[in-house]
Design a protein around this ligand. Structure first.
Ligand SMILES: NC(=O)c1ccc[n+]([C@@H]2O[C@H](COP(=O)([O-])OP(=O)(O)OC[C@H]3O[C@@H](n4cnc5c(N)ncnc54)[C@H](OP(=O)(O)O)[C@@H]3O)[C@@H](O)[C@H]2O)c1
Length: 345
């Protein structure tokens, strides 16, 4: 049994990790951290976990000497940065769910997060945890930077296309809609019920912090600099995410051809489902699962590919993907603890 720690267990992604790990046959949870609830039982914070994980929460400083094979850091960005070297120095593998180790260039990190990166060597070493693209590197990594939710849905929608010379890389537009849990458990005015309910709003157009992460991954795949137009939206649902991505095609292509191409690209992927002709991705059908559903369509009037991509922001967009990465890092079958459909309604 691998010994696993969860730092930030009192947050949304922390809870989702616990829920997924209770069904995992190869691991044992050895510690949970929270600064606010230290000394409390986790079941007091999340009553639904009672009887499955009966542990007390500790401060992150107090668990620094616990023997542990792998730790998940489900902490706010800039908080994980200094915690990572401490765990690595004790031989503990780390999966960081924050943005701290996702961007390869420390200058880009500083530009977008207004915070200097103080671990440039580890930034270089960290492997971006999108298994569909970096599976082999993840297997031998000691530090995995788990992707953001928007980047997961958008990168999976575009990865099959950006390597091809029959697409116009300068034409990429991504419109995404996220449930409110994407903002984490700590409340703010913008995420209050009365601010969100019965309305849809765009926010951070062209300046959202996930933009450089998406561009970094697409550029690496395309082997040239790719810039996108990214417009995130907040919608009145608790969890789930839908991205609609547009890219111009340079040659005549049918929806049928493009679907076949996507199906072939993702044929060995356990968590990517390419939808049949005429079906569009729907957040309802990936919620509470680790699947990314992708709908493929060509607008024949203007030769534009329109790709829809749905995930659960807390699962394939965060904790499920983190468990998928853990499985790869520990040499466990990749789908262990994750092979179940979503819930509906
Ligand atoms: N929510 C999503 O859909 C999503 C998706 C992908 C990635 N992420 C990323 O995953 C990370 C966690 O997100 P979340 O939504 O789970 O956030 P959250 O609900 O706000 O939880 C944050 C956790 O971090 C702990 N924490 C806060 N400040 C800390 C500090 N200074 N030292 C130690 N622990 C601290 C909190 O513990 P206390 O009990 O002490 O407050 C809590 O357990 C973030 O970096 C986020 O960007 C989130």
């Amino acid at each position: 049994m691998a010994k696993i720690g969860v730092a930030g267990a009192s947050g949304y992604t922390g809870f989702e990790l616990l829920r997924l790990l209770t069904n995992h046959p190869n691991i044992e949870i050895v510690f949970l951290t929270s600064e606010t609830y230290q000394g409390e039982d986790i079941s007091k914070v999340f009553p639904s976990i009672r009887g499955f994980v009966d542990k007390k929460l500790s401060s992150i400083e107090s668990v620094s000497s616990e023997a542990c094979d792998l730790v998940f850091l489900a902490l706010p960005h800039t908080t994980s940065m200094d915690k990572v070297p401490t765990f690595l120095s004790r031989g503990t593998k780390v999966i960081d769910l924050s943005a701290d180790y996702r961007l390869k260039d420390p200058t880009v990190f500083k530009d977008w997060y207004s915070f200097p990166h103080n671990q440039p060597a580890l930034l270089k070493e960290a492997v971006y945890g999108l298994p569909e693209i970096h599976r082999e590197k993840i297997k031998s990594a000691r530090l995995v930077a788990n992707p953001g939710c928007y980047p997961t849905s958008i990168t999976l929608a575009l990865a099959p296309l950006v390597t091809e010379d029959w697409v116009d890389l300068s034409s990429i537009i991504a419109d995404s809609m996220s449930g409110v849990s994407g903002a984490g458990r700590k409340g703010s005015l913008a995420t209050q019920f009365s601010e969100i309910n019965e309305g849809v709003s765009a926010y951070n157009i062209a300046v959202h912090r996930h933009t450089p992460e998406i561009e970094q991954e697409l550029s690496a795949l395309a082997k040239t600099n790719v810039l996108i137009s990214f417009s995130p939206h907040l919608v009145p649902m608790t969890r789930g995410m839908l991205s609609t991505v547009y890219i111009n095609l340079k040659q005549d292509m049918s929806s049928e051809n493009l679907i076949e191409y996507f199906q072939n690209f993702y044929k060995d992927e356990p968590f990517v489902r390419i939808l049949p002709l005429g079906e569009y991705a729907n957040s309802h059908f990936t919620v509470s699962s680790n699947f990314c559903d992708i709908g493929v369509h060509v607008d024949k009037r203007n030769q534009r590919a329109i790709i829809t991509s749905a995930i659960d922001n807390l699962i394939k967009g965060a904790s499920g993907q983190a468990v998928q990465n853990m499985n790869l890092m520990l040499g466990i079958s990749e789908t262990t603890g994750l092979n179940f459909p979503g819930i509906f309604p």
